[in-house]
Design a protein around this ligand. Structure first.
Ligand code: ATP
Length: 220
C-alpha cells in the first residue's frame, strides 16, 4: 500500500500529536486530527486532511469517526492519563486495528499494555536512549597531532556500527586513512583485517590527514 492510500488518525493535538500529524501529512498520508479543544483543532486544519473537535473517550464518537477503518490511530493525550486510558480502551473495543499510545510514565505504560495498546511510546525516555546512542556513536576520544597535518585518533564503536566489519566503515574505505590498531577490552590487534566484525565498545585506532579524518568521523 502506498503512503497516500494509508489513513492515520491522531487523537490529542499537543506538541507531540501535532508534530506526528505534520510529519505524516508531509509524507503524503491521509491524516485525521482530533482534539476536544477547538483551538488545537484549528491549528491542525492547515496541514491535515480533516480536523475534528471530538471527545474520543466516547464509544459513539469513535464509531461516528469510523476509526476502525483507519490503518493506525495515535493517542497522544499526555496530561489527562484517565482520558488517555479510556480512549485507548474504547478504540480497542471498537475494533481499531492498530492503536499507538503516548505514555507519560511507566505506570501509565503498564496499564496501556494490559488493555491492549499495540505500541507504546514514551517520548522523553525514547529520545534519551536515542541521544545517548548517538553520543556513543560519535564518541571520539582524542586527536594526537603527528605533524605534517597528520593525526591519530581512537574511535569507539557504538550501537549503529556494531555488527559491521572494519572494511565496511566509510572511514576505512579512504586510501589516506590507515587503521593502525583495534582494541577489544585488554586485547590490542595491530593492523587488523578488514573483515573483523565490530562489537559495541570496540575501539579503532586510525591515522591520516587531520581534515580528512575529521570529515569522515563527522559522517560516521
Ligand atoms: P505535549 O505533547 O505538548 O507535550 P502533553 O503530552 O502534555 O503535551 P496534553 O497537553 O495533555 O499533552 O495534550 C494532549 C491533547 O489532548 C490536548 O490538546 C487535549 O485537549 C487533548 N485531549 C484531552 N482529552 C481528550 C479526549 N478525550 N479526546 C480528544 N482529545 C483530548
Amino acid at each position: 500500500m502506498k503512503i497516500r492510500d494509508k489513513q492515520f488518525a491522531v487523537v490529542g493535538l499537543g506538541r507531540f500529536g501535532l508534530s506526528v500529524c505534520q510529519e505524516l501529512a508531509d509524507a503524503g498520508a491521509q491524516v485525521l486530527a482530533v482534539d476536544v479543544n477547538e483551538e488545537k483543532v484549528k491549528a491542525a486544519t492547515q496541514f491535515v486532511t480533516q480536523a475534528v473537535v471530538a471527545n474520543c473517550t466516547l464509544e459513539d464518537t469513535v464509531a461516528e469517526l469510523k476509526l476502525s477503518d483507519y490503518d493506525m490511530v495515535m493517542v497522544s493525550i499526555g496530561e489527562d492519563v484517565n482520558a488517555s486510558i479510556l480512549t485507548t480502551l474504547v478504540m480497542k473495543e471498537s475494533g481499531v486495528k492498530s492503536v499507538w499510545v503516548k505514555a507519560s510514565d511507566k505506570f501509565h505504560s503498564k496499564i496501556l499494555q494490559k488493555i491492549g495498546a499495540d505500541h507504546i511510546i514514551m517520548p522523553e525516555r525514547d529520545m534519551g536512549v536515542r541521544v545517548a546512542r548517538k553520543m556513543l556513536d560519535k564518541r571520539v576520544l582524542e586527536f594526537q597531532e603527528l605533524g605534517s597535518n597528520l593525526a591519530m585518533t581512537e574511535v569507539v564503536i557504538g550501537s549503529r556500527l556494531m555488527g559491521k566489519t572494519i572494511g565496511q566503515l566509510s572511514l576505512c574505505q579512504n586510501d589516506e586513512i590507515q587503521v593502525l590498531g583495534f582494541k577489544r577490552g585488554p586485547e590490542i590487534i595491530k593492523n587488523p583485517g578488514l573483515d573483523k566484525v565490530m562489537e559495541i565498545g570496540d575501539m579503532l585506532i586510525v591515522a591520516g590527514p587531520k581534515d580528512v579524518l575529521m570529515a569522515k568521523l563527522k559522517s560516521l
